[in-house]
Design a protein around this ligand. Structure first.
Ligand SMILES: N[C@@H](CCC(=O)N[C@@H](CS)C(=O)NCC(=O)O)C(=O)O
Length: 259
């Protein structure tokens, strides 16, 4: 059995969940809260980042490495195009999001969430008991400086840089997605999944695992509204509607989930 150790609301975790769901891979999900995750994840990989996929006692981290591992063992449907030039293009877009755009977009997102500790707890603790969420909301302000530091949120300029990344990413998907509906070639690939998972932090497609818990905190709602009318946000909603379903949001074993 495979186990995905994850955060519920996170672009890299969403990317791996999406690949697992499309490929119909039986697995168990274990959701952790940011902060308390550190000791548990360190014990698995020696590092702290999620997602972590545990297969036969071996733990693998890094969303791109996990998707490549899945692609090799569960080739259908293909998420990495077989034609060489399309493959290079798709992997380059995945890399651009993973290494540049996604971490920068995350800054205004985390900044808005940290300004509302109980909403931060609602987002990351979705599915946990009300008591657990309340307890977590109390410690979020203490963890805030660490989360900010770990995500490069130093000052207003670093948040503004995140907004520039958000605009660049939305322009990219609006432009490239206008041809066939997909970023590379004429079928869904890891490029679409990496881009849509990252932009889902801002767009929060309804009826998806990345939907924003209601009621949405005011600063976070303002952030969502800032980008809602961008044509790139339409692309994200379209990709989610066509290729992602709410029922893929679960904790525990996947065989208990209705397909
Ligand atoms: N390059 C990594 C980035 C993963 C990452 O940044 N994960 C964040 C959640 S979005 C995380 O677990 N942060 C907590 C930490 O690193 O301790 C990947 O592709 O998986």
């Amino acid at each position: 059995m495979l186990t995905l150790v994850q955060f519920r609301h996170s672009p890299y975790n969403e990317k791996v969940r999406w690949a697992l769901d499309l490929k119909g891979v039986a697995h168990e999900r274990r959701s952790l809260l940011p902060g308390p995750h550190i000791a548990k994840v360190k014990a698995l990989t020696g590092r702290t980042s999620t997602p972590v996929l545990v297969a036969d006692g071996v733990a693998l981290d890094g969303s791109a490495a996990i998707v490549a591992w899945l692609e090799e063992r569960f080739p259908e449907p293909r998420l990495v195009p077989s034609e060489e030039s399309l493959r290079d293009e798709a992997l380059a877009i995945e890399r651009r999001f993973d290494e540049d755009l996604t971490p920068r977009i995350r800054r205004p997102v985390l900044d808005a969430l940290l300004s509302a500790p109980s909403y931060f707890a609602a987002v990351f603790g979705e599915g946990a008991s009300a008591l657990a969420r309340f307890g977590y909301a109390c410690v979020v302000p203490l963890a805030g400086p660490l989360v900010r530091k770990g995500n490069g949120i130093r000052d207003e300029a670093s948040i503004e840089d995140g907004h520039r990344a958000a605009s660049a990413a939305l322009d990219l998907v609006a432009e490239r997605g206008a041809r066939s509906g997909y970023l590379v070639g004429d079928a869904l690939s890891i490029a679409d999944i990496a881009a849509a998972s990252a932009l889902a932090m801002l767009v929060r497609p309804e009826d998806s695992p990345m939907a924003a818990p209601r009621p949405v905190a005011a600063r976070y709602r303002a952030l969502m509204e800032r980008y809602a009318a961008h044509p790139g946000a339409d692309w994200v909603r379209r990709i989610y509607r066509a290729h992602r379903v709410r029922r893929s949001d679960f904790d525990g074993p996947s065989d208990r989930v209705a397909r």
